[in-house]
Design a protein around this ligand. Structure first.
Ligand code: ZN
Length: 246
């Protein structure tokens, strides 16, 4: 165990030295909460063709059909945060973490106690009527029959998540840029950084001299990471929090 311990020590000193630590998370941080990686084997996009179910074009053409896929997504909102999510919340409380940018739409960081969270691909917390602009909360949608309809104009509601053919909302990009502006360390957890534009985020930090720490079962950023902690999100976070406290 000599080498892994040294890597944890190195990660701890980097986290303590940096002035502004930000985290970027992806599907891998939620798998231990029972949410399979949408892009992985048996994941959502192996069961539903993303071009038929995951685009704004498909939603506008056949919203009832797209809601068959969205109904399975609504199940993920009952998932519970794991030890890794709680660990990130602890780091924030300790003043060692200034913000989280997540590609996940499951709301688990907030459930786990994190406060400063940017949901890069939106969330299942709110739903918007594309016809009249009215907004509805998750509770209203869960109580209604599917597909849920606007109580004002009866059009089918769309969850405030970013479909594949949509751009990231301006507001979200601004929040992300603000968070990254002073970041001198980025902890990248549970993402293989394959989905643009989120995949650029590690390089934005790296290119201006910031350090990268990667937590992943299958590391993907070894070429730019100062430290790579290979393993499950919850196990790595448990060890990291323990050492940061001692
Ligand atoms: Zn409406």
């Amino acid at each position: 165990m000599g080498m892994p311990e040294d890597l944890f020590d190195k990660a701890v000193s980097l986290l303590k030295q940096a002035k502004n630590n930000i985290v970027l998370t992806g599907a891998g941080v939620s798998t231990e909460s029972g949410i399979p990686d949408f892009r992985g084997k048996g994941g959502l996009w192996s069961r539903y063709d993303p071009f038929e179910y995951g685009t704004m074009g498909s939603f506008l053409a056949k919203p009832e059909k797209v809601w068959r896929m969205l109904a399975t997504l609504l199940e993920v909102v009952d998932a519970q945060p794991n030890e890794g999510h709680h660990g990130l919340a602890e780091l924030e409380q300790m003043g060692l973490l200034q913000g989280i940018i997540t590609q996940n739409i499951d709301g688990l960081h907030q459930k786990g106690g994190s406060r400063n969270v940017v949901e890069f691909h939106g969330s299942l917390d709110t739903f918007t009527c594309l016809a009249c602009g009215a907004q509805f909360g998750l509770a209203a949608v869960k109580d209604s029959s599917l597909p849920p309809c606007c109580t004002v104009c009866h059009s089918i509601l769309k969850p405030d998540i970013v479909f594949f053919d949509e751009v990231i909302p301006e507001k979200v990009l601004t929040l992300t840029e603000q968070m990254l502006a002073s970041a001198d360390l980025l902890l990248v957890a549970g993402t293989s950084c394959q989905v643009q534009p989120a995949a650029r985020i590690p390089f934005m930090v790296f290119n201006k001299g910031g350090r990268i720490i990667e937590i992943n079962k299958e590391p993907a950023l070894s070429h730019i990471a100062t430290v790579t902690l290979q393993g499950s999100f919850s196990a790595v976070m448990r060890e990291l929090v323990q050492r940061l406290k001692s």
